[in-house]
Design a binder for this molecule. Sequence first.
Ligand SMILES: Nc1ncnc2c1ncn2[C@@H]1O[C@H](COP(=O)(O)OP(=O)(O)O)[C@@H](O)[C@H]1O
Ligand SMILES: [Mg+2]
Length: 255
Amino acid sequence: MSDPLLRCQSVTKRFGGLRALHDVSFDVPEGSIVGLIGPNGAGKTTLFNCISGFLRPDHGEISLGGRSLRGQSASQVASAGIVRTFQSVRTFPGFTVLESVLAAQYVRFRAGAVDSILRLPRHRRELAEMRERAFAALELLGLAGLAGARCEDQPLLSQRKIEVARAIVTEPKLLLLDEPSAGATPRESQELAEVVRHLNADGMSVLLIEHNVPFITGLADWVEVLHFGEIVASCAPGDVVDDPVVAEIYLGRAA
Ligand SMILES: Nc1ncnc2c1ncn2[C@@H]1O[C@H](COP(=O)(O)OP(=O)(O)O)[C@@H](O)[C@H]1O
Ligand SMILES: [Mg+2]
C-alpha cells in the first residue's frame, strides 16, 4: 500500500505543564477531506501548528507522502506542499486584496529571485502567471470585485476568504483550514463548503478544523475528534452525531 499523504504518528506537544497534544496519530489519505473537531482548547490549532512547522512536536513523527517533516521550518513545509490558514485572521495593512494574494506566491521564489522577476522575460511570464492564479482564486472565493480594495477595510468573512485565497494560490497538496466558517451565516458557510468541494475535486487534499458540525459532516470523508489533546473518536461523517463519545464531550449531551 502506498503512503498516505499526511501521517501523524504519536504527536505530543507540551506547553510547560500543559499537555496540549498527547500521542496523536491519524492519516489524511491523498485526495480526501478530513475533518478535525473538538471543544475549545482541545489542541486543534496546536496540531495545525505542529503539522505546518510553526511548532516542533516534543515527540512523534509527521510525514508528507512518506517523507518526514522533522526539523523543517514553516516555509520548508509550505514548499513541501502543506499550507494553512490562521484561526485569527491576519490583516495586511496597506495592501490591496490582489496584492496580498500575489505576495503569498513569493514563497515559491528563492531569495534574490524577486529582483529579477522585473527584468527577465521568463520571470515576467511567471509574474503574469501569478496574477492569473491570484485572479482565479479571487474569482473562486467570490472576491474578484474586491481585487483593488484594501484588505483592512474588509469585513471578517472576506478576510477569512482572503486567507483561503492566499493559501490556495501556492497550490498546496494539503490545505489546512482553521475554522474557515467561524462567524459565517449558514448561507456563507454553504458557499465556503462549495469552495472546499471545488478545490478537492481539483485534487487538493484538505484537513479542516471546524466547530460547525453540519459543515464538517456535509464535507468530510472522515472525522477525527480531539479532546484534551487526544484523539478520542475517529468516525465516518454520518456517525459523528450518534457517536457516544462525541455526544458526551463535544455536543455536551450525556451518552
Ligand atoms: N503557545 C502556547 N503556549 C502555551 N499554551 C498554549 C499555546 N498554544 C496553545 N496553548 C494551550 O494549549 C491548549 C490547546 O490550545 P489550542 O490548540 O489553541 O486548542 P483549540 O484550537 O482546539 O481550541 C489550550 O489549553 C491552550 O491554552
Ligand atoms: Mg483553535
